[in-house]
Design a protein around this ligand. Structure first.
Ligand SMILES: Cc1cc2nc3c(=O)[nH]c(=O)nc-3n(C[C@H](O)[C@H](O)[C@H](O)COP(=O)(O)O)c2cc1C
Length: 383
């Protein structure tokens, strides 16, 4: 029977699934619910200072992006925890602990690194924290915090160094995807002595405009999360996993056990979720963990160590890809339903047909594979 246990940054988790720092963990009770549902770890909303700039809008702060009515992502304007440090220390972390999950506390890198170190000190003194996640990645940062720090390897280095000087437990760092090269920042994180990296926070974004009124749907820039950001996260995750030797927690767009597996195959050790819980409730936790275990049993995997990073060696450069032999589309007549979609989506005009039969003209086919992607009956392949 499959064992879901993982060791992340020196801490044992009973499974790789972690409740990300977001609305479902706005208080201890939410974290307890996730814990009782079987989740491996829980992370509260980022704990920072209690100041004006930490207050978030209470006039609607979410916008769900839909395509043909189906949600694909969400923009949010939420900042850090609205609870006081005192409330977390005296009450909410205690309640969270009753859920039985690993407690990884998200703390904000403060404008002055000395204050970051002090925050580490204060929270770890509770004795209720198993490891930290330092937030240098909030996508709507005020007062020089969040991604203002995380976009710079130098500023990130200073913050991690300060936090590490106070931390007696493992410290991981949550990075921003809104950078060109996350590897540079991840290298600074390692050099400063952190034990792990979280990839990543939400993508800085804008929700859109109501075309009837001409007004913005949300009047500020926010964080984009959910399924739409997964390819962005996978890019950063795989680049960092190949270049920096630190355990990684992957985050972004998990909607089933399949994305957990995918992220682990790209090098992650734990996998976090926020938006899926906000859209479907905490019940997804038990469902995904059951599905993950069944999948592992079916595949004959006993431990997630067997699949960690297995996809990475096959990722190659544009130059190497161009050297691979060309492939051409082929239509399997037995499977083809003559819908004509392949012809419509072929921009090379390489597919001809009349509603009753379709053929590929090999000399025109550019091997792009669009027809394979769109064929609803799996009748087209590249060979
Ligand atoms: C409403 C909302 C609030 C969030 N608040 C925080 C936060 O306080 N600290 C933090 O590090 N990340 C925060 N995040 C980012 C999430 O932890 C996560 O990185 C991101 O949403 C991508 O994961 P997902 O696609 O599973 O939601 C928040 C995300 C959402 C949707």
């Amino acid at each position: 029977m499959a064992n879901l246990k993982v060791n992340f940054a020196g801490v044992e988790f009973k499974n790789p699934l972690v409740l990300a720092s977001a609305t479902p963990s706005w208080d201890g009770e939410g974290m307890k619910i996730a814990g009782l549902a079987g989740i491996g770890g829980v992370i509260p909303k980022t704990i920072g200072p209690v100041q004006d700039w930490a207050a978030h809008p209470r006039n609607g702060r979410f916008h769900i992006m839909r395509t043909a009515g189906r949600p694909m992502g969400m923009v949010n304007l939420e900042l850090f925890t609205t609870k006081t440090r005192d409330a977390w220390v005296k009450e909410d972390l205690l309640v969270a602990k009753e859920g039985g999950a690993v407690i990884q506390v998200s703390i904000l890198a403060m404008p002055n690194p000395d204050d970051t170190a002090q925050l580490v000190d204060e929270i770890q003194a509770t004795g209720m924290v198993d490891l930290f996640e330092l937030n240098v990645s909030c996508p709507m940062p005020a007062a020089g915090v969040g991604m203002h720090i995380g976009k710079s390897p130098e500023l990130t280095f200073k913050q991690v160094k300060a936090a590490k000087s106070a931390a007696k437990i493992p410290l991981t760092v949550k990075l921003t995807p809104t950078v060109f090269d996350m590897v540079e920042v991840a290298k600074a994180v390692k050099e400063a002595g952190a034990e792990g990296i979280s990839i990543s926070n939400s993508v800085r974004s804008f929700a859109g405009v109501d075309i009837e009124t001409g007004l913005p749907l949300l009047r500020g820039y926010g964080g984009y999360s959910g399924p739409a950001i997964k390819p962005i996260v996978m890019r950063h995750l795989s680049e960092v996993a190949r270049a920096v030797d630190l355990p990684i927690s992957a985050i972004g767009g998990v909607m089933s056990y399949k994305e957990i597996v995918e992220y682990i195959m790209l090098g992650a050790t734990t996998v976090q979720t926020a938006t899926a819980v906000m859209w479907n409730g905490y019940d997804v936790i038990g469902k995904w963990l059951g599905d993950l275990e069944n999948w592992m049993d079916k595949k004959g995997y006993q431990s997630l160590d067997e699949i960690r990073g297995i996809a990475l060696p096959y990722i190659t450069t544009t130059e190497e890809l161009a050297k691979l032999p060309p492939l051409f589309a082929r239509i399997d007549e037995d499977k083809c339903t003559n819908c004509g979609i392949c012809q419509r989506v072929c921009m090379y005009r390489a597919i001809s047909g009349n509603g009753t039969a379709y053929q590929v003209n090999k000399s025109d086919c550019d091997g792009c594979g669009a027809c394979v992607q769109w064929c609803p009956s799996g009748a087209v392949e590249l060979k």
